[in-house]
Structure formats: C-alpha cells, structure tokens
Design a binder for this molecule. Structure first.
Ligand SMILES: *[C@@H]1O[C@H](CO)[C@@H](O)[C@H](O)[C@H]1NC(C)=O
Ligand SMILES: *[C@@H]1O[C@H](CO)[C@@H](O)[C@H](O)[C@H]1NC(C)=O
Ligand SMILES: *[C@@H]1O[C@H](CO)[C@@H](O)[C@H](O)[C@H]1NC(C)=O
Length: 378
C-alpha cells in the first residue's frame, strides 16, 4: 500500500503537505443519550457536569509540548439554539459564551486552529437518541423539522461572530446520513451562502452523505460523488470533510482494525483530484491492537502522500472520555486520546497506546501557525 501511494504521488508530481493536524475534542455533545431516551433528555444539560468542550490544561499539553495545531470542538445545536426558539440566529448566549471561551483559548491564547463542529447528523430538535433521533433539517414532509433556510440563518449568525478570527474553521455538520444527498448539498449550500453573506472569509469544510464516510463516497444509488462537487463558494475556500474508521463497519466501535485505509479511500481521493478539491479527515481512529497501529500509520502516511489531504483530527480527546469512553471497543473500555487517559482496568488508555505511540510520531512537521486557514497553500 505504501509503495502504491508513493508511486502514485511520484507519477503525478504531487507535492503533498498536511497543514493542520490534531485531535477531535468530543464532550460538548455529551449528556443527552440514555437507554430510555425521551425527547429532550439532557437539555439544556449542566455545563461541567453533563458536558464540557475542552480542558484547557490538556489543550496546552497538545500545543506546547507536542506542537499540535488543530482541534475540532463538538457542540449540540439544541444547546446553542434551544428548541423553544428554534434553529436560527437566536442563540442561548450563556451557552455561546462558554463555547467561545473554548474556541478563543485554542485560537487566541494558544495560537492553534479550531473547527466548529455542530455534532448533529443533519438533524435538529431531539438529540436524545443520536445519531438517529431528531427531524432531518430541510425535510419538507416533516412539519416539526427545521428548514434549510433556518440552517443558513444559524450559520450566518455563527460566522458573523467568528469572522474576525481566521483561525476558526467552519465545519458545517457532523455526519449527515439516511437522507437524500441532494438535501445534504442544499443545506451545505445554504450555510456557505449565509457565511459569505456575513463577510466571513474563513475556511469551510463540508460533509457528504452516508456519515461522510470516505469509503462510501461513491457507493449506493445516491452517492455523494454524483453531486457533492456542485456546491459554489465565491471565495473558493471550502474543503471536503471526510470520516474514515478502520473497523469492520467503519463505525469506530470495534476493537479490531480490518479495513485498509488506502484501499478504502482510493475512490474519494480520485473524486477529489477530478474536482480539484482538498479534504480534511476529521474523524478516524482505532484501538490499541498491533493491526490498528499498522493501519493508523498507513492512514496518516496516505494523507501525507496525497496532496488532496491538507488536515486531520483523530477521534477522540475531550474532558469527559477516559474510562467512560464508548469509543473503539466491543465490551471493554480503552480510554481516549485525552492526555492522562486510563483504560477501565487501570492500564494505559488510548492516549498512551495510540496517540503517543502511533500518531504523535507521525505528526507533520509542516503545520501552519500563522494566518487564516485556507485550501490555497502555495
Ligand atoms: C442556556 O445555557 C445555560 C448554560 O448551559 C443554561 O443554564 C440555560 O438553562 C440555557 N437556557 C436555555 C433556554 O436553554
Ligand atoms: C421526512 O418526514 C416524513 C414525515 O415525518 C418522514 O416520513 C420521512 O421519513 C422523513 N425523511 C427523512 C429523510 O427523514
Ligand atoms: C489494550 O487495552 C486494554 C485495556 O486497557 C488492555 O487490557 C490490553 O492489554 C491492551 N492491549 C494492548 C495490545 O496493549
């Protein structure tokens, strides 16, 4: 695999570079799931108890000691825009201020880049059984669904609040799925239009359908590859947001890594090349097995070798993971990428076994520290 991708970049004369790399900060979306989910469970939730965006001291460790320059920070749309007032330009200002503190810490205090991540699967109004609950945004057959226009209003407002900070990257939506690809595109376009209308020049990253899975980009009867290139950004500063896990069903919920990343990303990489687009892989991960170590290294090397990829964030760090992590295991708990994380049995967590051992040694030395995030690096 390494040979193939290296050969491919030699043949095309590509000079590939990763400019942004780090971790997904998961935690802002926590606190709404429950086995007996009722609508609205966990809303608005208690900051610091049910959910939290980052731990400043661990972000400092990543930036100061490890030279990580990118954090993707999850939040819930239903907390930013409470259901009582609906999706749009009316925010819960208390919640917004808490989120902005986290983003400002990363970007202003530490000088790194941050991806805003509405972790909502293109759904709004009931996160109690994510990723399946809630009305699909823009579903005109569902009278309780937020509209595509409301999604645009939301992004226009959020963009206006961060437009003077070029280190903030707008991740339009986490993992749309089980909806028409044309509606994913329409919602993405409404957001892009509203962001540019707000005079924000920030880098945008937009998802495809099917959980924005790289392996699935050209699959099925309604693939992202058929139409997702038809978005328009007058500034040309939009990249594609891809997720790719290494386990059997690409969900990141099994211990064993069996899905070779270079093989599974080949089609989406070709599509990116054809359409002259760049991409970030903002979720990928594996557990602590030796197969996962090999495949995770293959994945990071694949991105480094292919010029279509300019950034990545590994899943996941965050203040509330640790031994409570549902990530990457069938039954046991392996911990997270958060510094200091331990597994449930008290042994080293994924921070030690995956981040420090496998990913950190491959952190690119080409990362950007100055200026507005852009797809147009010279
Ligand atoms: C707004 O957010 C704060 C902080 O999380 C919370 O205490 C408050 O209840 C929220 N208000 C609404 C209407 O959701
Ligand atoms: C849209 O709403 C209708 C009516 O509630 C529902 O039957 C349909 O499954 C929804 N479509 C999607 C993609 O969720
Ligand atoms: C993976 O983590 C689990 C939980 O801590 C541990 O029991 C197991 O020995 C680890 N495996 C390897 C290969 O490190």
């Amino acid at each position: 695999m390494k040979f193939t991708s290296t050969l491919a970049s030699l043949l095309t004369g590509a000079s590939a570079t990763i400019y942004y790399a780090g971790v997904a900060e998961s935690g802002g979306e926590f606190g709404v799931w429950s086995a007996t989910a009722t609508k609205g469970t966990g809303l608005p939730g208690r900051f610091g108890i049910d959910y939290k965006f980052i731990d400043e001291s661990t972000v400092a460790t990543f930036v100061d000691s490890q030279k990580v320059n990118l954090f993707r920070v999850a939040f819930l749309l239903e907390r930013m825009c409470p259901p009582a007032t609906g999706l749009g330009a009316t925010f819960n200002e208390t919640h917004f201020d808490l989120y902005k503190q986290a983003i400002d810490y990363i970007t202003v205090t530490k000088g790194a880049y941050a991806i805003l991540d509405p972790h909502n699967y293109m759904r709004y109004n009931d996160p109690s059984s994510q990723p399946y609950s809630g009305s699909v945004i823009g579903n005109s057959s569902d009278p309780t669904a937020a509209t595509t226009a409301q999604f645009g209003e939301f992004w226009g407002e959020l963009a206006g609040r961060f437009k003077d900070n070029g280190k903030v990257i707008f991740g339009l939506m986490n993992e749309p799925h089980d909806m028409a690809t044309s509606l994913v595109l329409a919602n993405n376009q409404a957001a892009i239009d509203a962001i540019r209308a707000a005079d924000a020049e920030n880098l945008i990253i937009m998802p495809g359908n099917s959980w924005t899975g790289g392996h699935a980009w050209a699959e099925g009867t309604d693939p992202s590859s058929a139409i997702m290139q038809n978005f328009e950004d007058p500034l040309g500063n939009t990249a594609i947001d891809i997720h790719e896990y290494l386990d059997v069903d690409f969900s990141g919920s099994h211990q064993a890594c069996v899905s070779d990343p270079a093989t599974n990303l080949a089609e989406v990489t070709a599509w990116l090349k054809t359409n002259n687009l760049k991409a970030f892989i903002t979720e990928f991960g594996g557990s602590n097995t030796t197969e996962c170590a090999t495949m995770l290294a293959d994945m990071v090397n694949y991105m480094a070798d292919n010029e279509e990829y300019i950034g990545w964030t590994a899943w996941a760090a965050g203040p509330f993971w640790g031994s409570a992590s549902p990530c990457c295991s069938d039954s046991a708990q392996y911990g997270s990428l958060e510094p200091g994380s331990k597994a449930a049995d008290g042994s080293d967590g994924l921070y030690t076994t995956v981040w420090q051992k496998v990913l950190l040694p491959l952190l690119p030395t080409t990362l950007a520290w100055e200026g507005t995030a852009t797809v147009k690096h010279e």
